[in-house]
Design a protein around this ligand. Structure first.
Ligand SMILES: [Zn+2]
Length: 116
């Protein structure tokens, strides 16, 4: 993980610049207080941006393909350290879901507690 300010040598797309320079929550421009590349490879960058004004954060994925540049972002209340931590955890797969389901079937008290 390292800061993207000053920017790296590859210019982001125009849409990417808009996302970085304008907070999607309070709509103020140039408000980034924290901007970090969480992960990157040849074609994609996962970037964390936190607004100085409202403290909202955006996790954005910028990727390049044969069709051009694209970006997708989500607003999050995680800080960049939490995102880096969860990124390292293993994925939840269908076996994990079934295991929880089977455990819940055996635990009648938990089901009663969860029922209203
Ligand atoms: Zn903001």
């Amino acid at each position: 993980m390292h800061d993207i300010i000053p920017p790296n040598n590859r210019p982001p797309s125009e849409e990417g610049l808009k996302m970085i320079s304008h907070c999607p929550v309070c709509h103020y421009s140039n408000t980034a207080i924290e901007a970090k590349i969480i992960e990157e490879n040849d074609n994609a960058h996962l970037i964390y941006i936190k607004c100085r004004r409202c403290q909202s954060a955006v996790l954005a994925l910028f990727s390049a393909s044969g069709f051009g540049l694209s970006s997708i972002g989500i607003i999050t209340d995680f800080d960049s350290q939490e995102i880096a931590k969860f990124k390292e955890l293993s994925k939840v797969d269908s076996d994990d879901v079934l295991l929880v389901y089977q455990h819940l079937l055996k635990d009648e008290q938990l089901i009663e507690t969860m029922s209203f």
